[in-house]
Design a protein around this ligand. Structure first.
Ligand SMILES: [Zn+2]
Length: 119
């Protein structure tokens, strides 16, 4: 009995996705939307931000803090956790509006604690 001819193997090369296909298939858009929802929930719960340093107005001294449960507060008295109820309002490019004295406050640069970048 004759053996059947071998099938010719077709070499399959991986196809390159377009950027749009990659974005559509990666799930990154769903992740970004989930992060937006989580950020809105964080704000609604009044929790302190984790994407920036806490603010302090150099003009009047109003500062942000976080209590033991991570809830954001602002105070004018050093070492006080009495919340004024005031919140800094974001302007543009790392600048904020002080709700107490109307000064513009520059967001402090992130300063990692010692050993932050060590692995
Ligand atoms: Zn101020």
């Amino acid at each position: 009995m004759a053996t059947p001819p071998k099938k010719r193997q077709v070499e399959r090369r991986p196809t390159l996705e377009t950027y749009e296909e990659f974005v559509a298939n990666s799930g990154i858009m769903e992740l970004a939307m989930r992060l937006r929802v989580l950020e809105a929930q964080r704000q609604a719960l009044g929790l302190a931000p984790h994407d920036r340093e806490l603010l302090r107005c150099p003009q009047c001294g109003l500062f942000e803090g976080a209590d033991d449960e991570g809830v954001l507060f602002t105070s004018l008295k050093r070492h006080s956790r009495h919340d004024t109820g005031l919140r800094f309002e974001k302007l543009t490019d790392g600048r904020w509006f002080c709700p107490f004295c109307a000064a513009k406050v520059v967001e402090p640069a992130f300063e990692p604690p010692p050993g932050f970048w060590d692995t």
